[in-house]
Every structure is written in structure tokens, then in C-alpha cells.
Design a protein. Sequence first.
Length: 756
Amino acid sequence: MTSKFAYFLLLLFNIAFAQNSLPLIPQPESIEIRKGHFVLNKETVILADANTYEAQYLQQAIKQQTGLLLAIVAKSNVDSKIILKEMYPIDPYWSKERYNINISPTEVIITAPFNRGFFTGIQTLLQLVPIDKNETFVLPCLNIFDQPKYAWRGMHLDCARHFFSIEFVKKYIDYLAMYKFNTFHWHLTDDQGWRIEIKQYPKLTEVGAWRNGSMIGHYNEQKYDDKRYGGFYTQDQIKEVVAYAKQRHITVVPEIEMPGHAVAALAAYPQYSCTGGPFEVEKQWGVLDDVFCPKEETFSFLQNILAEVMALFPSQYIHIGGDECPKTRWKNCQHCQALIKEKGLKDEHELQSYFIQRIEKFVNANGRKIIGWDEILEGGLAPNAAVMSWRGTEGGIAAAKQKHFVVMTPGSHCYFDHYQGNPKNEPLAIGGYTPVEKVYAFNPIPKELSNEEAKYILGAQANVWTEYIDTPEQVEYMIFPRMMALSEVLWGTSNPEKYADFEKRMIQQFPVLQQKGINYSKAIFEITSEVMPKPGGNGVLYLLKTNQHPNGIHYTTDGTQPTAQSKVYNQPLEITKSQTIKSAYFEDDRAKSNVAEQSFLIHKATSQLVSLQNQPNGNYAKGGGFTLVDGIQGDKAKFGQNWLGFSGTDLIATIDLASKQKISRLGIGLLSSPSSWIYFPKKVTFEVSEDMIQFETVGTFSAEEIQKSKGQINLDCNKRNIQFVKVTVENFGTIPDGQPGAGNKAWLFADEIIVE
């Protein structure tokens, strides 16, 4: 292709491109598109101080994307210049990340009051420059004014459960820079591995960095391999990462877990436990009983560790964990009980508060602040601590009302280890369902806060816990494209009512990810489905949806894989018999989505009226009572959306079969996942009635029988003239000591009530 013809094509493309929404994420605060275009070619120069990192970064980034190596010069009269121009005078109220971009036919001027603003503006400019090796590129003339809303725009990475190389950690930081995040929360210690070299305590990495196996499959399966696994970062490597992030204006916040999630440390130094050990670095995911014992020698141990940590990380905040600390060992420890009495503490929760406050005093004395998960609120919040609110937003609301700074990271919107598409089509994950659209709808400031209280919300971050994420490629898959949605939320320019516009810009970013070799999720193209009652019963209506072209869905009903020649979906499918529907989205005869597969079990109760005595929790109530008779059985391996969840309450459901008839079998599906606070019930009772007045008990199942059945309860019966079926499922109650969530109400998860 000649350079003149290439220029002509690029000109046509970019003029059309400029007339549409620019593919910028996060969306700038203000964009004004103007007439004309700027030509970027080998004659273009960068007008800036050649010694500044930002100028060098821009030069190398443009070379990487286009193949053009632009000269950095102090003066130039050429007609094609990219100018880094210092904003003067500096307004003290301006954000340090503020920038302006003005593109005219002869100049691209990036203006900022600080280097951080230049770097942020460069990221915007790079999104306007195609990733393509060519001689000429055309950029639209425009003016952008931009600055972020939130001070803390974070991404987290758990390197304790699975270890990731320094090379990938740097790549992860580059991903953060691309989308204007400014905080990297580095989770370095946990029960399953200690990942940071501490010179005063070499056994932390000699012993604590290695485990003799890992869980395989889901936690519920309780399967393990016997492969030695581990790794750690030397202090020189830590310094390398911190310096790398600093160049990109990203703060690295280290997390050293305490007082819980400490087994890896205790395996190396058991004397700092309540029992004295011995311990092994844990193979099992979850929450474990053995925690740090609040002895003076333990505090000295942790303070010495934190002294080395603070010498490596210049961040204002040091994350000390503070979450999921079982009190089992403390309750049975003579020292802990004596300490509670000596300090006049009420209970073990106040002992945890005492522990956190001791650590905070040390960290504060060294000119830093602590931040911890919202459990540090229990027993009284340390005076200067900031809170990461992960168990919903309630902890963050409470902390803000007490005038403590808060980073919002609720599991409902910000846990990127959750599924982002239909679990049936996704790699194994811990559970949950957090699609891109849900992330984009997140508002870090709860409506319960006043304007004054809202000032304590620093921002938010996404968490990437890696129990089920063991490769860099899978990390990429879990964060992309969800981190794009969060970046716009935290920049302050998201608008859930205009999600379609964001989605369009996001899809325009996909070729960039592909060209960079990033393994991103295509769940956005996934077919979503909805099941509705079929009027009169006798089956359900199955609705398929896609955000793309409405006629692109093809499906089969005979179990074969759909192709572009399969039936075209154009109206809800009537499902009146047990069968499996497979569907996929196609463009230009090529599948763009994974195959969505849904099996239906049609029975006498399908689509019949269900009355619930207690309502399910709002987070797990999709479809209400209909979920129990929609013909879809809940997936015990991947959880999914087909379960009703009850927190601390019983399920009492009555089904009206619409007419008197004979029944031969009753059944219900139940779920157990103690790591997620979900327990099998104490008891299940089936009753039947002809008139809804007098019920007859036809079967009862004990906790032992439920456990033995693995949650799939079936009852053979032979009853005639039955119209009503009542199922009572008694909640487990309070979670026992030693288990995740000990002392909290257990969750009851139930699905399809089968009547045959």
C-alpha cells in the first residue's frame, strides 16, 4: 500500500471516527470535537524536556503502537508537534491528575500542572492513536478537559494463594496505568503462602513461601494435589516493582495479614501462635482457626516485619488485613483470657480491636497509617484507621459516619474473582455473578451518607482473589473488560443510564487488547436468558437476549452444537418437555460467543403458583418463588443464579398445582458451601393437602440424611387427589466457631422443588 493511499484511507476512517463517540475509557469530563485533523508521522516531534520520564514514556509508547520513533526536542519549527506544556500558574485546588489535550491541525498540546497529569493525559492520547504499523496516522481535532473524581482508584492482586512473577506484576501495573488507576493493592501474605522476603526472619520465605499441595476443583469437592508450590519476592524485586509503579504514578499498598490468615507465618515461627504448633503452610482455601496470639513477643515480631515492609513501600497506608479472624484459639488460650481480663475488655472481639490498635500505634509512630478490611470495626475502630468495606457497604457507611476514611470494595460489585458470565460457560470460580454492566452501575458513595460524610469515601477498588486463578492469562480474563467499567466509575464520568454508549466504547477497545496479547473475556457477547412462567402451567417460556444484533442468535433443541445454519431465534421458546437448548451468537457466519446450554426438567409443579412465608435475601431472589418451579435445577459446582438464598431464615414454600392429581415423587435441591457461609439445613419436611386447610406430613429428612444425599432430596410417595404441596426447610442456624463467618447467621440456598 502506498503511503499516499494509506493516508487517504486513514483520513476517511478517522473523519468518520471523529464524528462518532471516541473510544476513550474512562470517558473524559469534557470533550469538544472540532473540525480538521492532525497528522502523526515520522516528521512529528515531541516538544518537551528529554530528561522527563513522561516524554520518554510517550516516545516509547508511540513507537510500540505505530513503529514511529519520534524525536524529543526542546525547540522546533516543524508543523507536526506533540507538546507537553506545563500549566501555570498552578491552582492549589486542582487535582494533581488534571490535564487538558488540545489537538489542532499542527499541534497536540497536553497541558498539566504536574507530571502526574501529563502521564494521565498521555494515556488518553494513546487511546486515540491506533495500534498499527504504518507511516501516517490521523487524529481528530478536539479539546479535552479532564480530572478524576476519586483519589483512590485501585486494583488488588492476591499473590499469596497463587504466585505471579515480577514480570507479570509489572504487566498488571501497566494495565492499571492504561485505564488511569492509581493504586495497586498487593496482597502478599496469607495462610497459603508468605511472599515477601523479611531479612530478620528468613524462615518466613524458607518455610512459609512453600506448601506441599493445593486444592484442585472447587472447595466443596475437598480434593488436593501433592505438588510443592510457592515462591516469593526478594526485597530487591519489591523495590523494582515499587519504582516501576512510581514512574507510572501508581502507589503500591502492601498487605501483611494479621491477626488471622497467618498459618504460613506460623508454620515458620509457631511460637507466635496460641498453641505452639506445629503447623504446615495450608493447602486448603478458606478461614482457619490458627491465628497470631496477642503476646508481647508476637507484637515485637510483627513490628519488626512491618519496619522492613515500610522501608520498602513509601505508601501512606499499610494494609494489615484484619478480616476473618476466628476467635476459637483465643477463647481457649490462658494468655488471651488473662489479657482480656487485664485490659478490661468485653470479649474476643474487643481483643481483636486491642490487637489492631497496638499495631496502629506502631505504624503511626513511623509516619504511616493503617487500612484494613471492615472487620476492624468490630470491638471498636482504631483511632486513625481507614476501612476497606468488602462485606457490602455497611462497614464503609459506619466508618464514614465515624469520620474515618473508606475505600469501597463490596463483593457485590468489586470482586473480580466472581463469574462475569453464565457460570456454565466460564472457567471455575469461587461463585457470585458480577457482569460488566453491574460493575458499571456501582456508586461508591452510598445514599445513606450526607454530603459531609461522603467526603470520607476515598474511592473504591476491585479485588482479585486467586484461589481459582492460577495463571497470568486467567488473571487477565477475570479483570478484562470489567476493570474498564470500574475505571470510568472511579473517574467519575460513568452513567448507568447510558451503559450502551460505554459498551460501544468498550467493544472498540477489544482490538487493542487483542493486539497487546491480553486474554480478555468475551462474556459481553454472551447470550443471556430469562425464564418466565407459561400461562396455564405445562412448561415455561425461555427468552434469549444479546446486546448485539437481535437476529444473530441461533439455537438447537436436539443436543447438537448450534451453527450459523441452525434455527434463528426470534421469539420466546415454549418449553413443554424436558430437553436441552443450546444457543450461540453469530456474526458473518462466525460464532462470537460461547455456546449457552440450558437443560430443563419439566414436571407437575413447573410454572405453578408458589407462596413463600419468608422472602429470600434481595441479592439472591431473582424470580422469587418462581425460581423454585422454573424447570431449571441449580448448579452445585458453579452456583449460578438459579438458587434462592435465605440468611438466617427458613424456606417455607407452598405450591398450588391448580387441580387435584396424583403425585409419585417429591424433591428439592440444597446447597452446602461453608467457605461461603452456606450450610445444609437442619431438617426438610414435605406435606401435602387437598384443600390448603389440612396438611399431611409425607416425609421428613434429618441433617444426617440431607448430608448423605449431598443435598438432592428425593421422596417417593403415592398420593391421589393432591392439589397443594408444602415444603419446609429449616435453616442451619448460627455458624459454629472455627468456620468462616463464625457467629453469623448461616445461609440457606435452595432450588427446584420437583413434583412428579
